[in-house]
Design a protein around this ligand. Structure first.
Ligand code: PMP
Length: 262
């Protein structure tokens, strides 16, 4: 009778862990709190408690140098299946999985993506466990043998099925602004910091598919994928199919900060 199972009535987080250190812990816990507030679930734990529970789970898998901690808070169990609810005790589900990333050498070969209409709801900034549209888009990418599906809402590139999108044009980085049409990715946030550190300008503005196809570089980002260069979109090459230098710069900085607890 858990509403997470029956309705997808909950929010989740994925914390990347490198050698026992959680990257972006504060940012992930803040986004979790915002999601819970949005859907009116009282956070069952404070920051200190979450940190200790997550660290306990991490400690059971010490042999894994990279762990993805999946955490879901659902509204809880009711005694009847009905859309409305009264006050329930939230359910917490957590798991740790090991994850791998391609080497820089492999990433330099570049990945491909397809584009689709973004048919999702207008509250994509809530990290809801209801992910039906996202999983359909992800599966379509898989069926096409590509890395991701890039989403387009009313002519504007928003993000991807499970990652944010960046492009580079004339040494400036572009990404969709935060708001209801994208998930405010923690990796996106960290990449913007990396760009500042590397003295590279970032514009959080909207852009269309023509601008995307004319980019010097395109990348996607997420906690477990980190930052992946895209060199083909809908069977057309980006920048003649070459991975760009700005990606390399940001990738290196990202690798460097993984050992720092931000
Ligand atoms: N957008 C969507 C739709 C996602 O599902 C994800 C990953 N969950 C992201 C962006 C990237 O978010 P993060 O960097 O926090 O993993």
């Amino acid at each position: 009778m858990d509403r997470g199972f029956l309705f997808g009535d909950g929010v989740y987080e994925v914390f990347p862990v490198y050698n026992g250190l959680i990257l972006g812990l504060e940012l992930h816990l803040k986004r979790l709190q915002e999601g819970l507030d949005t859907i009116n679930i009282v956070n069952p734990h404070n920051k200190k408690e979450w940190t200790s529970i997550i660290n306990e789970l991490i400690s059971y898998h010490k042999e894994n140098t990279k762990q993805a901690i999946y955490l879901q808070v659902s509204r809880g169990c009711d005694d009847d299946r009905k859309h409305t609810h009264d006050k329930l005790k939230p359910t917490v589900y957590m798991q740790s999985s090991s994850f791998k990333n391609p080497t820089k050498g492999d990433l330099l070969k570049g990945s491909a993506a397809i584009t689709r209409d973004d048919i999702r709801w207008s509250q994509c900034d809530t990290k809801s466990t209801s992910l039906l549209a996202n999983i359909m888009f992800a599966q379509e990418a898989k069926n096409h043998g590509v890395e991701e599906t890039i989403l387009i809402r009313d002519g504007i590139i928003t993000e991807c099925s499970s990652s944010n999108l960046f492009l580079v044009k004339n040494d400036c980085i572009y990404t969709h602004p935060k708001g209801p049409y994208i998930l405010p990715g923690i990796t996106r946030e960290i990449i913007i910091d990396c760009a500042k550190y590397c003295d590279t300008e970032v514009k959080e503005v909207t852009f269309n598919k023509d601008f995307l196809m004319d980019a010097d570089e395109v990348w996607i980002s997420s906690s477990t994928r980190e930052v992946v260069p895209i060199i083909r979109i809908d069977d057309s090459p980006v920048n003649n199919g070459k991975v760009g230098e700005t990606w390399s710069l940001i990738y290196d900085r990202y690798q460097a900060i993984k050992s720092i607890n931000v």
